[in-house]
Design a protein around this ligand. Structure first.
Ligand code: URA
Length: 242
């Protein structure tokens, strides 16, 4: 692959900008000045630009797991808070990154970001019933009746339409902490389901999205998924298809 095309695909900048950086020897690939042609992009681990190290994105598709903090909007055009994309390296803003589903500005936890539109479409399509697990801190102490209502189905109103939505599992960890698994993804779904039962979510965290969990990532941190994790995500998601 042509080095300029490779750098552009990494979001480094325009063709012209990449050529200038190369001419001025300001870019190192895995510690060395790059040649004009790269034979195997999959082995590249690290780019260094003006002495600043960046992970090399696998091409053509890459998958980023972000532990989303509160106070960030899942949008490229945020209105009240900064964008979740601002938590990623600045030059990645040049790439066509999309979040896989949305988390509210005050929700924290697992958020997958990718440039793979077809996997994104697959994972967010209501047809495919991808499982999401949330921990919701409740305003009012609850008992098993809440779990029963949520798994039996609650009515959500959307404009003038009403729809019954069921959780696939609900368990109280304590009277104020609910673990809720859902396989659909409507607007504010968890908060609306819990309000429909007469309670209120005070804090919401997504613990899992399909096979992904935040693990060791602290809030605001991200990492690239490994090929094995991507495989598992595709495989697990396909297993979940009803
Ligand atoms: N459900 C919600 O209510 N909010 C989220 O951010 C995600 C699911």
């Amino acid at each position: 692959m042509d080095i300029v095309k490779y750098l552009q695909a990494q979001g480094i900048g325009s063709r012209k900008m990449c050529r200038i950086l190369l001419q001025q020897e300001r870019i190192l690939i895995d510690g060395a000045l790059p040649s004009h042609e790269i034979t195997d992009t999959s082995n590249i681990k690290q780019l260094m630009i003006d002495g600043k190290s960046l992970p090399a994105l696998p091409l053509p598709y890459f998958y980023i797991l972000l532990n989303k903090p509160a106070g960030f909007e899942t949008s490229h055009k945020p209105t009240h808070y900064p964008s979740v994309f601002s938590l990623l390296p600045t030059h990645w803003q040049n790439l066509s990154l999309q979040a896989v589903g949305r988390l509210d500005a005050d929700t924290e936890g697992v958020l997958l970001i990718t440039n793979d539109g077809s996997l994104n479409h697959f994972l967010t399509s209501p047809k495919h019933h991808v499982v999401k697990i949330y921990h919701a801190t409740l305003k009012h102490a609850a008992d098993d009746d809440l779990c029963h209502q949520l798994t039996q189905g609650v009515v959500l109103r959307d404009r003038n339409e009403e729809e019954s939505v069921q959780a696939i599992a609900a368990e109280l960890k304590n009277p104020h902490l609910l673990a809720l698994s859902i396989d659909s993804g409507q607007y504010h779904q968890v908060k609306r389901m819990i309000s429909a039962c007469g309670n209120r979510v005070e804090y919401l965290e997504r613990i899992a999205f399909a096979s992904l969990q935040t693990g060791d990532l602290s809030r605001g941190q991200w990492r690239l998924l490994s090929p094995q994790e991507i495989e598992a995500l595709r495989y697990n998601s396909q297993q979940q298809i009803k």
